[in-house]
Design a protein around this ligand. Structure first.
Ligand SMILES: C[S@@+](CC[C@H](N)C(=O)[O-])C[C@H]1O[C@@H](n2cnc3c(N)ncnc32)[C@H](O)[C@@H]1O
Length: 490
Protein backbone atom coordinates (compact mmCIF):
# COMPACT_ATOMS: atom_id res chain seq x y z
CA UNK A 1 0.00 0.00 0.00
CA UNK A 2 2.09 2.85 -1.34
CA UNK A 3 0.45 5.93 0.13
CA UNK A 4 1.19 5.04 3.76
CA UNK A 5 4.90 5.12 3.20
CA UNK A 6 4.83 8.64 1.70
CA UNK A 7 4.38 11.52 4.12
CA UNK A 8 2.37 14.41 2.73
CA UNK A 9 5.29 16.83 2.44
CA UNK A 10 7.64 14.27 0.94
CA UNK A 11 5.00 13.45 -1.62
CA UNK A 12 4.74 17.13 -2.51
CA UNK A 13 8.36 17.09 -3.55
CA UNK A 14 7.75 14.21 -5.96
CA UNK A 15 6.94 14.36 -9.67
CA UNK A 16 3.50 13.93 -11.12
CA UNK A 17 2.13 13.39 -14.58
CA UNK A 18 0.17 16.38 -15.74
CA UNK A 19 -1.19 17.95 -18.88
CA UNK A 20 -2.90 21.23 -19.64
CA UNK A 21 -3.42 23.42 -22.66
CA UNK A 22 0.18 24.59 -22.10
CA UNK A 23 1.61 21.08 -22.17
CA UNK A 24 0.88 18.47 -24.83
CA UNK A 25 -1.50 15.90 -23.34
CA UNK A 26 -0.06 12.53 -22.42
CA UNK A 27 -2.02 9.52 -23.48
CA UNK A 28 -3.88 8.08 -20.56
CA UNK A 29 -3.11 4.42 -19.93
CA UNK A 30 -5.93 2.16 -21.04
CA UNK A 31 -8.02 1.73 -17.93
CA UNK A 32 -11.74 1.95 -17.23
CA UNK A 33 -12.65 5.64 -17.53
CA UNK A 34 -15.37 6.85 -15.23
CA UNK A 35 -18.28 8.45 -17.07
CA UNK A 36 -18.41 12.22 -17.00
CA UNK A 37 -21.92 13.06 -15.89
CA UNK A 38 -22.09 16.51 -17.43
CA UNK A 39 -20.38 18.03 -20.44
CA UNK A 40 -19.39 21.36 -18.99
CA UNK A 41 -18.79 22.91 -22.44
CA UNK A 42 -22.38 22.22 -23.43
CA UNK A 43 -23.57 23.68 -20.16
CA UNK A 44 -21.46 26.78 -20.79
CA UNK A 45 -22.96 27.25 -24.28
CA UNK A 46 -26.48 27.06 -22.93
CA UNK A 47 -25.56 29.48 -20.18
CA UNK A 48 -24.15 31.90 -22.77
CA UNK A 49 -27.62 32.24 -24.32
CA UNK A 50 -29.70 32.23 -21.17
CA UNK A 51 -27.84 33.91 -18.31
CA UNK A 52 -27.57 31.02 -15.90
CA UNK A 53 -25.44 30.18 -12.96
CA UNK A 54 -22.71 32.55 -11.85
CA UNK A 55 -20.31 29.63 -11.36
CA UNK A 56 -19.89 29.48 -15.13
CA UNK A 57 -18.31 32.94 -15.27
CA UNK A 58 -15.05 34.05 -13.74
CA UNK A 59 -15.70 36.02 -10.55
CA UNK A 60 -14.63 39.70 -10.81
CA UNK A 61 -11.56 39.16 -8.61
CA UNK A 62 -10.38 36.04 -10.46
CA UNK A 63 -6.60 36.08 -11.17
CA UNK A 64 -6.13 34.46 -14.59
CA UNK A 65 -2.59 33.17 -13.94
CA UNK A 66 -1.29 30.56 -14.19
CA UNK A 67 -4.65 29.21 -15.43
CA UNK A 68 -7.73 30.68 -17.02
CA UNK A 69 -11.12 30.30 -15.36
CA UNK A 70 -12.32 26.70 -15.72
CA UNK A 71 -9.18 25.73 -17.66
CA UNK A 72 -9.00 21.95 -17.83
CA UNK A 73 -5.96 20.05 -16.53
CA UNK A 74 -5.14 16.37 -16.33
CA UNK A 75 -3.16 15.63 -13.20
CA UNK A 76 -1.90 12.68 -11.17
CA UNK A 77 -2.87 12.92 -7.48
CA UNK A 78 0.09 12.50 -5.15
CA UNK A 79 -1.24 12.96 -1.68
CA UNK A 80 -3.99 14.47 0.49
CA UNK A 81 -3.94 17.61 2.61
CA UNK A 82 -5.19 17.55 6.21
CA UNK A 83 -8.45 18.98 4.85
CA UNK A 84 -8.83 15.87 2.68
CA UNK A 85 -8.08 17.56 -0.67
CA UNK A 86 -5.91 15.88 -3.31
CA UNK A 87 -2.54 17.44 -4.11
CA UNK A 88 -1.11 17.28 -7.64
CA UNK A 89 1.82 19.02 -9.33
CA UNK A 90 1.22 20.42 -12.76
CA UNK A 91 3.48 21.28 -15.69
CA UNK A 92 7.20 21.85 -15.77
CA UNK A 93 7.16 24.20 -12.80
CA UNK A 94 5.39 21.62 -10.66
CA UNK A 95 2.64 24.14 -9.78
CA UNK A 96 0.49 22.74 -6.95
CA UNK A 97 -3.14 22.05 -7.84
CA UNK A 98 -5.66 20.99 -5.16
CA UNK A 99 -8.57 18.77 -6.22
CA UNK A 100 -11.22 17.45 -3.81
CA UNK A 101 -12.84 13.98 -3.83
CA UNK A 102 -9.85 12.16 -5.30
CA UNK A 103 -7.47 9.42 -4.15
CA UNK A 104 -3.65 9.44 -4.27
CA UNK A 105 -2.43 7.64 -7.39
CA UNK A 106 -5.47 8.58 -9.50
CA UNK A 107 -5.19 10.38 -12.85
CA UNK A 108 -8.02 12.93 -13.01
CA UNK A 109 -9.35 15.74 -15.16
CA UNK A 110 -10.15 18.92 -13.29
CA UNK A 111 -11.05 22.56 -13.97
CA UNK A 112 -9.39 25.47 -12.17
CA UNK A 113 -11.71 27.86 -10.35
CA UNK A 114 -9.21 29.80 -8.21
CA UNK A 115 -5.53 30.73 -8.52
CA UNK A 116 -3.68 31.64 -5.31
CA UNK A 117 -0.13 33.03 -4.98
CA UNK A 118 1.46 29.57 -4.90
CA UNK A 119 -1.25 27.05 -5.77
CA UNK A 120 -4.55 26.68 -7.61
CA UNK A 121 -7.86 25.09 -6.66
CA UNK A 122 -9.73 22.96 -9.16
CA UNK A 123 -12.97 21.02 -9.32
CA UNK A 124 -13.03 17.37 -10.30
CA UNK A 125 -14.41 16.68 -13.78
CA UNK A 126 -13.62 13.01 -14.40
CA UNK A 127 -11.49 10.20 -13.03
CA UNK A 128 -9.38 8.83 -15.89
CA UNK A 129 -7.55 6.18 -13.89
CA UNK A 130 -9.48 5.30 -10.74
CA UNK A 131 -7.81 3.92 -7.64
CA UNK A 132 -8.77 0.35 -6.66
CA UNK A 133 -9.93 1.99 -3.41
CA UNK A 134 -12.53 4.19 -5.15
CA UNK A 135 -16.08 3.29 -4.12
CA UNK A 136 -19.52 4.61 -5.01
CA UNK A 137 -20.54 7.43 -2.62
CA UNK A 138 -23.65 6.57 -0.62
CA UNK A 139 -25.12 10.09 -0.73
CA UNK A 140 -26.43 11.78 -3.91
CA UNK A 141 -25.27 15.13 -2.47
CA UNK A 142 -21.63 14.04 -2.15
CA UNK A 143 -19.50 16.50 -4.12
CA UNK A 144 -21.90 19.36 -3.38
CA UNK A 145 -22.40 19.10 0.38
CA UNK A 146 -19.45 20.24 2.50
CA UNK A 147 -20.18 17.72 5.28
CA UNK A 148 -18.27 14.74 3.84
CA UNK A 149 -14.90 14.52 2.11
CA UNK A 150 -14.22 10.77 1.87
CA UNK A 151 -17.35 8.92 0.71
CA UNK A 152 -15.57 8.01 -2.53
CA UNK A 153 -12.87 6.09 -0.60
CA UNK A 154 -13.02 2.59 0.90
CA UNK A 155 -13.26 2.76 4.69
CA UNK A 156 -9.96 0.91 5.10
CA UNK A 157 -8.25 3.55 2.99
CA UNK A 158 -9.94 6.38 4.90
CA UNK A 159 -8.51 4.92 8.10
CA UNK A 160 -5.06 4.43 6.61
CA UNK A 161 -5.08 8.08 5.54
CA UNK A 162 -6.18 9.27 8.96
CA UNK A 163 -3.28 7.33 10.42
CA UNK A 164 -0.94 8.89 7.87
CA UNK A 165 -2.24 12.37 8.64
CA UNK A 166 -1.70 11.98 12.38
CA UNK A 167 1.82 10.80 11.61
CA UNK A 168 2.39 13.76 9.32
CA UNK A 169 1.19 16.31 11.94
CA UNK A 170 3.34 14.77 14.66
CA UNK A 171 6.40 14.83 12.42
CA UNK A 172 5.92 18.21 10.76
CA UNK A 173 4.38 20.21 13.61
CA UNK A 174 5.29 18.11 16.66
CA UNK A 175 8.91 17.52 15.63
CA UNK A 176 8.66 13.79 16.41
CA UNK A 177 10.92 11.36 14.60
CA UNK A 178 9.09 8.33 13.21
CA UNK A 179 6.15 8.44 15.69
CA UNK A 180 4.69 5.00 16.41
CA UNK A 181 1.07 5.71 15.51
CA UNK A 182 -1.19 2.68 15.96
CA UNK A 183 -3.74 1.71 13.28
CA UNK A 184 -6.86 3.88 13.36
CA UNK A 185 -9.56 2.18 15.41
CA UNK A 186 -13.08 2.11 14.00
CA UNK A 187 -16.26 0.04 14.05
CA UNK A 188 -18.43 -1.37 11.24
CA UNK A 189 -21.01 1.42 11.60
CA UNK A 190 -19.56 3.69 8.94
CA UNK A 191 -22.96 5.16 7.92
CA UNK A 192 -25.97 5.83 10.17
CA UNK A 193 -23.72 6.49 13.18
CA UNK A 194 -24.06 10.23 13.82
CA UNK A 195 -26.23 10.92 16.86
CA UNK A 196 -26.20 14.71 16.49
CA UNK A 197 -27.03 16.74 13.38
CA UNK A 198 -27.29 20.54 13.11
CA UNK A 199 -28.64 21.57 9.68
CA UNK A 200 -28.80 25.30 9.05
CA UNK A 201 -30.80 27.71 6.92
CA UNK A 202 -29.80 31.20 5.81
CA UNK A 203 -31.90 34.35 6.16
CA UNK A 204 -35.46 33.61 4.92
CA UNK A 205 -36.71 35.59 1.93
CA UNK A 206 -40.20 37.09 2.40
CA UNK A 207 -40.79 34.53 5.14
CA UNK A 208 -39.69 31.66 2.90
CA UNK A 209 -37.03 29.35 4.29
CA UNK A 210 -34.97 28.07 1.37
CA UNK A 211 -32.38 25.28 1.67
CA UNK A 212 -32.06 23.61 5.07
CA UNK A 213 -28.83 21.65 5.29
CA UNK A 214 -25.08 22.11 5.33
CA UNK A 215 -22.53 24.47 3.85
CA UNK A 216 -21.76 23.78 0.20
CA UNK A 217 -18.27 22.87 -0.97
CA UNK A 218 -16.28 25.80 -2.40
CA UNK A 219 -17.06 24.68 -5.93
CA UNK A 220 -19.28 21.68 -6.78
CA UNK A 221 -17.58 18.56 -8.02
CA UNK A 222 -18.86 18.28 -11.58
CA UNK A 223 -18.01 14.59 -11.77
CA UNK A 224 -20.70 13.67 -9.27
CA UNK A 225 -23.52 14.69 -11.57
CA UNK A 226 -23.66 18.38 -10.80
CA UNK A 227 -25.05 20.47 -13.65
CA UNK A 228 -23.44 23.86 -13.19
CA UNK A 229 -26.27 25.46 -15.14
CA UNK A 230 -28.65 24.42 -12.41
CA UNK A 231 -26.52 24.98 -9.35
CA UNK A 232 -28.37 27.21 -6.98
CA UNK A 233 -26.05 30.02 -5.84
CA UNK A 234 -27.14 29.56 -2.21
CA UNK A 235 -24.29 28.70 0.16
CA UNK A 236 -26.37 25.96 1.80
CA UNK A 237 -27.18 22.59 0.22
CA UNK A 238 -30.67 21.26 0.97
CA UNK A 239 -30.39 17.98 2.91
CA UNK A 240 -33.58 15.93 3.14
CA UNK A 241 -31.71 12.92 4.43
CA UNK A 242 -28.14 12.47 5.72
CA UNK A 243 -26.79 8.90 5.41
CA UNK A 244 -24.26 9.60 8.18
CA UNK A 245 -27.03 10.31 10.70
CA UNK A 246 -28.87 7.68 12.73
CA UNK A 247 -32.15 6.33 11.39
CA UNK A 248 -34.03 8.11 14.20
CA UNK A 249 -32.63 11.48 13.12
CA UNK A 250 -33.46 10.81 9.47
CA UNK A 251 -37.05 10.01 10.43
CA UNK A 252 -37.31 13.29 12.34
CA UNK A 253 -35.82 15.44 9.58
CA UNK A 254 -38.83 15.84 7.20
CA UNK A 255 -41.41 16.91 9.84
CA UNK A 256 -38.91 19.21 11.59
CA UNK A 257 -37.91 20.85 8.29
CA UNK A 258 -41.54 21.39 7.38
CA UNK A 259 -42.34 22.74 10.84
CA UNK A 260 -39.46 25.25 10.58
CA UNK A 261 -40.70 26.46 7.18
CA UNK A 262 -44.30 26.83 8.35
CA UNK A 263 -43.30 28.55 11.59
CA UNK A 264 -41.15 31.16 9.82
CA UNK A 265 -43.77 31.79 7.11
CA UNK A 266 -46.48 32.22 9.76
CA UNK A 267 -44.27 34.65 11.71
CA UNK A 268 -43.61 36.67 8.54
CA UNK A 269 -47.30 36.71 7.58
CA UNK A 270 -48.24 37.97 11.04
CA UNK A 271 -45.53 40.68 10.87
CA UNK A 272 -43.48 39.16 13.73
CA UNK A 273 -40.06 40.07 12.28
CA UNK A 274 -38.21 38.94 15.40
CA UNK A 275 -39.45 35.35 15.10
CA UNK A 276 -38.65 35.22 11.37
CA UNK A 277 -34.96 35.44 12.25
CA UNK A 278 -32.96 37.80 10.04
CA UNK A 279 -29.84 35.66 9.99
CA UNK A 280 -31.41 32.25 9.56
CA UNK A 281 -31.14 29.54 12.20
CA UNK A 282 -29.76 26.10 13.05
CA UNK A 283 -31.95 23.10 13.80
CA UNK A 284 -30.85 20.44 16.29
CA UNK A 285 -31.37 16.70 16.11
CA UNK A 286 -29.94 14.57 18.92
CA UNK A 287 -30.62 10.86 19.31
CA UNK A 288 -29.77 9.17 22.60
CA UNK A 289 -30.25 5.70 24.05
CA UNK A 290 -32.79 6.92 26.62
CA UNK A 291 -34.94 9.58 24.87
CA UNK A 292 -34.77 8.70 21.17
CA UNK A 293 -34.54 11.81 18.93
CA UNK A 294 -35.09 15.27 20.40
CA UNK A 295 -34.96 18.65 18.63
CA UNK A 296 -34.94 21.02 21.64
CA UNK A 297 -31.47 22.39 22.47
CA UNK A 298 -32.44 22.74 26.14
CA UNK A 299 -33.90 19.28 26.62
CA UNK A 300 -32.01 17.13 29.11
CA UNK A 301 -31.09 13.82 27.50
CA UNK A 302 -29.20 10.73 28.68
CA UNK A 303 -26.76 8.45 26.90
CA UNK A 304 -25.54 5.09 28.16
CA UNK A 305 -21.76 4.62 27.76
CA UNK A 306 -20.29 1.40 29.10
CA UNK A 307 -22.11 0.76 32.37
CA UNK A 308 -22.94 4.40 33.10
CA UNK A 309 -25.61 6.92 32.18
CA UNK A 310 -24.63 10.47 31.27
CA UNK A 311 -27.17 13.26 31.33
CA UNK A 312 -26.51 16.45 29.36
CA UNK A 313 -28.30 19.22 27.53
CA UNK A 314 -29.11 18.13 23.98
CA UNK A 315 -27.47 21.22 22.45
CA UNK A 316 -24.24 20.95 24.52
CA UNK A 317 -21.11 18.99 23.67
CA UNK A 318 -21.30 15.20 23.85
CA UNK A 319 -19.38 12.83 21.54
CA UNK A 320 -21.71 11.89 18.70
CA UNK A 321 -20.55 8.43 17.59
CA UNK A 322 -22.14 6.05 20.16
CA UNK A 323 -20.54 3.01 18.45
CA UNK A 324 -16.88 4.04 18.77
CA UNK A 325 -17.29 6.03 22.00
CA UNK A 326 -17.33 3.13 24.54
CA UNK A 327 -14.13 1.74 22.97
CA UNK A 328 -12.44 5.14 23.15
CA UNK A 329 -13.50 5.67 26.77
CA UNK A 330 -12.19 2.21 27.75
CA UNK A 331 -8.93 2.97 25.99
CA UNK A 332 -8.47 6.37 27.69
CA UNK A 333 -9.29 4.91 31.12
CA UNK A 334 -6.84 2.02 30.55
CA UNK A 335 -4.02 4.41 29.56
CA UNK A 336 -4.72 6.63 32.61
CA UNK A 337 -4.76 3.61 34.95
CA UNK A 338 -1.53 2.13 33.61
CA UNK A 339 0.58 4.80 35.33
CA UNK A 340 -0.44 3.38 38.73
CA UNK A 341 -1.38 6.83 40.06
CA UNK A 342 -3.92 7.24 42.90
CA UNK A 343 -5.58 10.45 41.72
CA UNK A 344 -7.08 11.68 38.47
CA UNK A 345 -7.60 15.18 37.08
CA UNK A 346 -9.92 15.53 34.07
CA UNK A 347 -9.36 18.97 32.55
CA UNK A 348 -11.95 20.17 29.98
CA UNK A 349 -14.23 17.51 31.47
CA UNK A 350 -17.66 18.41 29.96
CA UNK A 351 -20.36 16.30 31.65
CA UNK A 352 -17.70 14.15 33.34
CA UNK A 353 -17.45 11.39 30.72
CA UNK A 354 -13.81 10.37 31.31
CA UNK A 355 -13.62 11.30 34.98
CA UNK A 356 -16.68 9.27 35.99
CA UNK A 357 -15.82 6.34 33.71
CA UNK A 358 -12.36 6.14 35.35
CA UNK A 359 -13.54 6.82 38.91
CA UNK A 360 -13.45 3.20 40.14
CA UNK A 361 -9.73 3.01 39.25
CA UNK A 362 -8.70 6.01 41.38
CA UNK A 363 -9.00 7.10 45.01
CA UNK A 364 -9.91 10.69 44.22
CA UNK A 365 -10.85 12.44 40.96
CA UNK A 366 -11.42 16.09 40.04
CA UNK A 367 -12.80 17.56 36.85
CA UNK A 368 -12.81 21.14 35.62
CA UNK A 369 -14.95 22.65 32.92
CA UNK A 370 -15.69 26.17 31.69
CA UNK A 371 -19.45 25.63 31.20
CA UNK A 372 -21.26 25.82 34.57
CA UNK A 373 -24.15 23.95 32.94
CA UNK A 374 -21.89 21.03 32.04
CA UNK A 375 -20.45 21.06 35.59
CA UNK A 376 -23.99 20.77 37.00
CA UNK A 377 -24.58 17.78 34.72
CA UNK A 378 -21.25 16.19 35.76
CA UNK A 379 -22.17 16.57 39.44
CA UNK A 380 -25.61 15.08 38.86
CA UNK A 381 -24.11 12.29 36.74
CA UNK A 382 -21.86 11.35 39.67
CA UNK A 383 -24.92 11.02 41.93
CA UNK A 384 -26.96 9.10 39.32
CA UNK A 385 -24.15 6.59 38.92
CA UNK A 386 -23.50 6.32 42.70
CA UNK A 387 -20.02 7.80 42.46
CA UNK A 388 -18.75 9.72 45.47
CA UNK A 389 -15.02 10.23 44.84
CA UNK A 390 -15.32 12.89 42.07
CA UNK A 391 -15.40 16.65 42.51
CA UNK A 392 -16.35 18.94 39.61
CA UNK A 393 -15.40 22.61 39.42
CA UNK A 394 -16.53 25.36 37.08
CA UNK A 395 -13.65 27.43 35.68
CA UNK A 396 -10.85 27.52 33.16
CA UNK A 397 -8.65 24.43 33.03
CA UNK A 398 -5.58 26.20 34.50
CA UNK A 399 -7.46 26.84 37.79
CA UNK A 400 -7.62 23.16 38.65
CA UNK A 401 -4.10 22.99 40.09
CA UNK A 402 -4.80 25.65 42.73
CA UNK A 403 -7.97 23.81 43.76
CA UNK A 404 -6.75 20.26 44.40
CA UNK A 405 -4.26 19.00 46.97
CA UNK A 406 -3.29 15.90 44.97
CA UNK A 407 0.36 14.84 45.14
CA UNK A 408 1.76 15.36 41.62
CA UNK A 409 3.75 12.10 41.64
CA UNK A 410 0.49 10.23 42.37
CA UNK A 411 -1.65 12.02 39.82
CA UNK A 412 -2.56 11.40 36.20
CA UNK A 413 -4.19 14.10 34.04
CA UNK A 414 -6.65 13.59 31.18
CA UNK A 415 -7.13 16.55 28.82
CA UNK A 416 -9.75 16.79 26.08
CA UNK A 417 -9.66 20.43 24.95
CA UNK A 418 -11.70 22.02 22.16
CA UNK A 419 -10.32 22.16 18.59
CA UNK A 420 -7.89 25.01 19.37
CA UNK A 421 -5.98 22.82 21.84
CA UNK A 422 -4.75 23.58 25.38
CA UNK A 423 -4.19 27.19 26.35
CA UNK A 424 -0.71 28.39 27.34
CA UNK A 425 -1.71 29.23 30.90
CA UNK A 426 -2.98 25.68 31.39
CA UNK A 427 0.17 24.10 29.94
CA UNK A 428 2.37 26.33 32.16
CA UNK A 429 0.44 25.23 35.28
CA UNK A 430 0.52 21.61 34.15
CA UNK A 431 4.32 21.62 33.78
CA UNK A 432 4.68 23.28 37.19
CA UNK A 433 2.41 20.66 38.77
CA UNK A 434 4.15 17.81 36.89
CA UNK A 435 1.77 14.82 36.91
CA UNK A 436 3.26 11.38 36.22
CA UNK A 437 1.13 10.83 33.15
CA UNK A 438 -0.95 12.83 30.70
CA UNK A 439 -3.59 11.35 28.39
CA UNK A 440 -4.35 13.91 25.67
CA UNK A 441 -7.59 13.40 23.68
CA UNK A 442 -7.97 15.67 20.65
CA UNK A 443 -10.26 16.29 17.68
CA UNK A 444 -7.55 18.26 15.89
CA UNK A 445 -4.24 16.44 15.35
CA UNK A 446 -2.56 19.69 14.22
CA UNK A 447 -3.13 21.64 17.46
CA UNK A 448 -2.45 18.44 19.42
CA UNK A 449 0.90 18.09 17.63
CA UNK A 450 1.72 21.74 18.46
CA UNK A 451 1.00 21.07 22.17
CA UNK A 452 2.82 17.71 22.03
CA UNK A 453 6.01 19.51 21.02
CA UNK A 454 5.81 21.66 24.15
CA UNK A 455 4.83 18.73 26.37
CA UNK A 456 7.84 16.73 25.18
CA UNK A 457 10.14 19.76 25.54
CA UNK A 458 9.08 19.75 29.21
CA UNK A 459 10.32 16.23 29.87
CA UNK A 460 7.42 13.98 28.81
CA UNK A 461 7.70 11.08 26.40
CA UNK A 462 4.89 9.99 24.05
CA UNK A 463 4.38 6.31 24.93
CA UNK A 464 1.18 5.53 23.01
CA UNK A 465 -0.56 7.15 20.02
CA UNK A 466 -4.00 5.88 19.00
CA UNK A 467 -6.30 7.50 16.40
CA UNK A 468 -10.07 6.73 16.51
CA UNK A 469 -12.40 6.93 13.53
CA UNK A 470 -15.26 8.77 15.25
CA UNK A 471 -16.27 10.43 11.98
CA UNK A 472 -16.23 7.95 9.05
CA UNK A 473 -16.71 9.44 5.55
CA UNK A 474 -15.28 12.75 6.74
CA UNK A 475 -11.73 14.04 7.13
CA UNK A 476 -12.12 14.45 10.89
CA UNK A 477 -9.86 12.50 13.24
CA UNK A 478 -9.91 11.91 16.98
CA UNK A 479 -6.46 11.12 18.34
CA UNK A 480 -5.24 10.11 21.81
CA UNK A 481 -1.60 10.51 22.89
CA UNK A 482 -0.35 9.20 26.23
CA UNK A 483 2.65 11.02 27.69
CA UNK A 484 4.75 9.66 30.56
CA UNK A 485 7.07 11.72 32.77
CA UNK A 486 10.28 9.71 32.78
CA UNK A 487 12.42 12.20 34.67
CA UNK A 488 13.70 11.37 38.15
CA UNK A 489 11.84 13.14 40.95
CA UNK A 490 13.65 14.68 43.94
C1 LIG B 1 -13.95 18.42 23.37
S1 LIG B 1 -15.00 18.84 24.74
C2 LIG B 1 -14.67 17.51 25.84
C3 LIG B 1 -15.71 17.22 26.87
C4 LIG B 1 -15.63 15.87 27.58
N1 LIG B 1 -14.29 15.43 27.82
C5 LIG B 1 -16.41 14.82 26.80
O1 LIG B 1 -15.79 14.02 26.09
O2 LIG B 1 -17.64 14.82 26.88
C6 LIG B 1 -14.13 20.19 25.39
C7 LIG B 1 -14.75 20.80 26.63
O3 LIG B 1 -13.87 21.82 27.11
C8 LIG B 1 -14.65 22.89 27.62
N2 LIG B 1 -13.72 24.06 27.65
C9 LIG B 1 -13.40 24.90 26.66
N3 LIG B 1 -12.46 25.77 27.04
C10 LIG B 1 -12.17 25.47 28.33
C11 LIG B 1 -11.26 26.01 29.29
N4 LIG B 1 -10.46 27.03 28.99
N5 LIG B 1 -11.21 25.45 30.51
C12 LIG B 1 -12.02 24.40 30.83
N6 LIG B 1 -12.91 23.85 29.96
C13 LIG B 1 -12.97 24.37 28.72
C14 LIG B 1 -15.83 22.96 26.68
O4 LIG B 1 -16.93 23.60 27.30
C15 LIG B 1 -16.09 21.47 26.40
O5 LIG B 1 -17.02 20.93 27.30
Amino acid sequence: FVVRTRPVCAALAGRATSTSSRHPPRRARSSPRMELAVDITAVAEVAEKTPANKLLYAPPKFTPTPYEYLEELTVRIESLTNLGEGIAREGETGWVVMVPHVIPGELVKCKVFRNHANYSEATLVSVEEPSPDRVEPNCPLFGMCGGCQYQHMSVSMQRDWKNQQVMDCLTRIGGMVDPAVKDTFGTDETYGYRSKLTPHYDAPYQGRVREIGFKKVKFPTIYHGVDLGNVNPSKVVDVERCPLATEGINESLPPARQEARERVQAAFDSGDGKRVGKRGATLLFRETTEEGTVTDNNAHVSERVGGMVFNFKAGEFFQNNPYVLPHMVDYVVARAKEGGAKNLIDAYCGGGLFCLSASTSFEKCAGIEISPMAVDCATRNAATNDISNCLFLAGTASNIFANVSFTPSETVVIVDPPRKGCDQLFLGQLFKFRPTRLVYVSCDPATQARDAKEIMANGYEAVDIQPFDLFPQTRHIENVITFQDNRKRD
